[in-house]
Each structure stands twice: as structure tokens, then as C-alpha cells.
Design a protein around this ligand. Structure first.
Ligand SMILES: [Zn+2]
Length: 294
């Protein structure tokens, strides 16, 4: 799933590609992905793309005051087309295409182009919203502070952790209403950098641990943004995967200490961590496994 760094880079890539273009039309292929009906999708037609911004993990295309907001969710992605296929897209069980945004030629002329929104998974969760104000999207209205914005400091983090009480830090970091933009992958990475157990109660951090966690949030996300900036959409997923330290790397050596990266079930998925770096060498109990064994 794309998280803050990838969505930030996507917003940058799309800003460059969409600058000076108008939306010709939006073809919706998978109707389940469109979550709003007023204003209608046709309201975007003819509008200039004024900006592309990120809110948490949401992308927001401002089309002359009407907003096309995208949430790529687990398996959604965007693909740029320099040429628009002649045939309008039709729903098909074989196609991953969920919607196509057809764009006018850019300021230098040339051809129409298209932005394809695709979804590879079976869990259809790609979401599109057409709204007058991005805050009309509930997921955006609920977002906590953005961790890369200037006024997000250690005090902001302390307030979030105190409010979360004894909840496990892993879940607190990826809850969008606490902090915007961190998901399953970067929460694993941040906790590995901070050498902190994913199961540590949120309100149990002393001042030093808080500083360490804050610095890990800034460096993990900031470094990933730096690496991703300027990359085309098609390169971003590979970039993310190559640079992850523990997330998705169960069974491989920890890049810091060489211990084997472990996986344990967490909420609706799993998390990865290094026992030597993060939990004093003691593997975390996998509740799902122990339930099965009983
Ligand atoms: Zn390690």
C-alpha cells in the first residue's frame, strides 16, 4: 500500500504531468470505486488541473475548484498514458482498470493523455471522491497531524501517545486519526530505527524514548520522501521495496545486527521486527498461533 512517501512523490510526479492540462472526461469503469454522486463526475470535464496535493495517504486533484480525491488503498495505483486508447474502457474481469482520467494536450500542444487508476487486488478498496472541498471526504476530515509538517514536534507526538493510553505503539502510529500517512510498512520501519518493541504501550515512553521515536519518524519518512522525489509513478513501488529494513522481510537478516527478521500477527495483518534490536532478544508471542494451538 502506498504510504506518505510514495503518495507525496506521486503528487509531485502528477503535478508536473498535469500542469496546464484540463480534464476532458473521467471514464469510470469499476463503479464501486466511486464513493460520491454530488457533484457528478461530469463536473470535472473542462476544468483545468490547478494543483495535485497529498493529505495523509489521499491524493487531491484540484480541478478548477472541484476536487477529484483518490485513496489508492491496498492495491490501487496510477499509470500514465501518453496516448489515449481509441476505445473507451469497458468493465472486464481481466482488466485492473478502475477509472481513466482523459486530459487535454499540455501547454506545449501535442496529444491528449490519460491517467489510468488501476486496482490489482480482489479486495476492491480503491476509492474515488468528487467533492467541492477535500474536507468533505470523511477520511481526510479525520486525519491527525502530518508528521513532516513543521509544527509536528515531540510535544505533538507526546500528546498523541498520552491520548492513546496503553494501546500498543505499532497500532497508534498507523492510525490515521493520530498521525496522517503512516501505514503498516513505515510503522515497522520507524520502530526498527527507534529500536522499540511494536507492543510497547504508547503512554510508557520516557523523554529520551520519545525523542528517539520522534527522530525515527522524521528520518524514516523524510529519507523515503527524498529517495522517491522526482521518480516516476512506475518506479516508486520498487524503490520502496528495495529500501525497507524489516517490513516484508521476515526470514532475512536484520541490516543492523544480522539476526533473522521475524513476523508476528497484528490486527488484520502482520508486522515484522528484529528481536535483537527491538525486544531485548525475546521473540514476541504470536497470539494467532497460540490461539490455534490451544
Ligand atoms: Zn537487528
Amino acid at each position: 500500500m502506498p504510504e506518505l512517501p510514495e503518495v507525496e512523490a506521486l503528487a509531485g510526479d502528477l503535478s508536473r504531468r498535469l500542469a496546464g492540462r484540463a480534464v476532458v472526461r473521467v471514464d469510470i469503469v469499476a463503479f464501486s470505486c466511486l464513493k460520491t454522486y454530488d457533484p457528478p463526475v461530469t463536473a470535472l470535464a473542462g476544468g483545468m488541473v490547478d494543483s495535485v496535493r497529498r493529505h495523509g495517504k489521499f491524493l487531491d486533484l484540484d480541478v478548477s475548484g472541484t476536487h477529484l480525491v483518490l485513496h489508492l488503498a491496498k492495491a490501487g495505483w496510477v499509470r500514465w498514458r501518453d496516448e489515449v486508447p481509441a476505445m473507451p474502457p469497458r468493465p472486464s474481469s481481466k482488466s485492473t482498470l478502475a477509472a481513466r482520467v482523459v486530459l487535454s494536450p499540455g501547454p506545449e500542444g501535442g496529444d491528449e493523455a490519460a491517467l489510468d487508476l488501476t486496482e490489482a487486488g480482489t479486495r476492491k478498496s480503491l476509492a474515488l471522491y468528487v467533492v467541492r472541498d477535500p474536507a468533505e471526504v470523511e477520511g481526510i476530515a479525520r486525519l491527525g497531524p502530518d508528521p513532516l509538517v513543521g509544527d509536528f514536534g515531540p510535544d505533538t507526538l507526546r500528546a498523541i501517545l498520552d491520548r492513546a493510553g496503553r494501546a500498543q505503539i505499532k497500532g497508534v502510529l498507523r492510525q490515521q486519526s493520530n498521525i496522517a500517512g503512516i501505514g503498516n510498512a513505515y510503522s515497522d520501519e520507524i520502530l526498527h530505527v527507534a529500536r522499540m518493541s511494536p507492543f510497547k504501550p504508547a503512554n510508557s515512553l520516557d523523554d529520551e524514548e520519545l525523542e528517539v521515536l520522534f527522530a525515527a519518524i522524521r528520518s524514516s519518512l523524510g529519507d523515503a520522501v527524498e529517495r522517491s522525489t522526482g521518480l516516476e509513478a512506475s518506479k516508486l513501488k520498487g524503490e520502496k521495496k528495495t529500501n525497507l529494513r524489516v517490513h516484508g522481510r521476515a526470514g532475512q537478516p536484520c541490516p543492523v545486527c544480522g539476526d533473522t527478521v521475524r513476523s508476528v500477527s497484528f490486527a488484520d495483518s502482520s508486522l515484522e521486527y528484529c528481536a535483537t534490536c527491538q525486544t531485548g532478544g525475546k521473540p514476541l508471542a504470536d497470539r494467532r498461533m497460540s490461539r490455534l494451538l490451544k
